[in-house]
Design a protein around this ligand. Structure first.
Ligand code: GRF
Length: 206
């Protein structure tokens, strides 16, 4: 048990993805341990979810820093203090800078509610509905300096029904998010992800 991957989860909101990861750690289907949960928002419900499980939580308010790079330096300090090996963005509503990205090379993941490279940025579900696509989904990817541009790890498709609203579509996508985010983290924990240029190679089980 001493060698469990230590994850630092960055959040700003509800934290249903955090909850899915917590649940998979608790039931043993994810061999990792959440070392800390960091939020830029004190009122994020995600912090409450972490506290309930006895996970250390840290509120680092972006408004206390003169700029993004300084804020990210504080994130790096806290992540290092908790000996984090993988940074997981789970509804973290901040743009991150090279200060954080370079501190954890190929070790920061994000989940996006669309099939990238379609519909990056905010309101991906609304973008999908407005475009009229029949299929959307979610993407787990490594984070690089762009917005939702990093190498793709896993994706799952979700059908768009004619009667879908932003809320119903988001709910369907979230079910898939909660399934594939822990899977992607497990692949990382097992050392099965290798980034080659734009691509992530998933090595087969030994
Ligand atoms: C998810 O839909 C994720 O795709 C996006 O932010 C949302 C976070 O939801 N990046 P939650 O806080 O995990 O419930």
């Amino acid at each position: 048990m001493g060698n469990l991957l230590k994850i630092g989860v960055l959040v700003s909101g509800n934290g249903t993805n955090l909850q899915a990861i917590l649940d998979r750690c608790a039931d043993g289907t994810l061999s990792a341990e959440i070392a800390c949960v960091i939020s830029n928002k004190a009122e994020a419900h995600a912090l409450e979810r972490a506290r309930k499980q006895g996970i250390p939580t840290v509120h680092i308010d972006h408004r206390d820093f003169p700029g993004r790079a300084h804020y990210d330096a504080a994130l790096v300090d806290t992540l290092r203090k908790h000996d984090v090996g993988l940074v997981v963005l789970a509804g973290f509503m901040r743009i991150i800078t090279p200060v954080l990205i370079d501190a954890f090379p190929a070790a920061i993941m994000n989940i996006h509610p669309a099939l990238l490279p379609a519909f990056p940025g905010l309101h991906a579900q609304r973008q999908a509905l407005e475009y009229g696509v029949r299929i959307t989904g979610c993407t787990v990817h490594f984070v690089d300096a762009g917005t939702d541009t990093g190498p793709i790890i896993l994706q799952t498709a979700v059908a768009v029904d004619p009667e879908d609203t932003e809320d119903t579509l988001s709910a369907k996508i979230q079910l898939e998010e909660h399934r594939i985010y822990p899977q992607a983290i497990q692949l990382y924990a097992d050392g099965r992800l290798k980034v080659e240029g734009r691509k992530v190679i998933i090595s087969p089980l030994p």
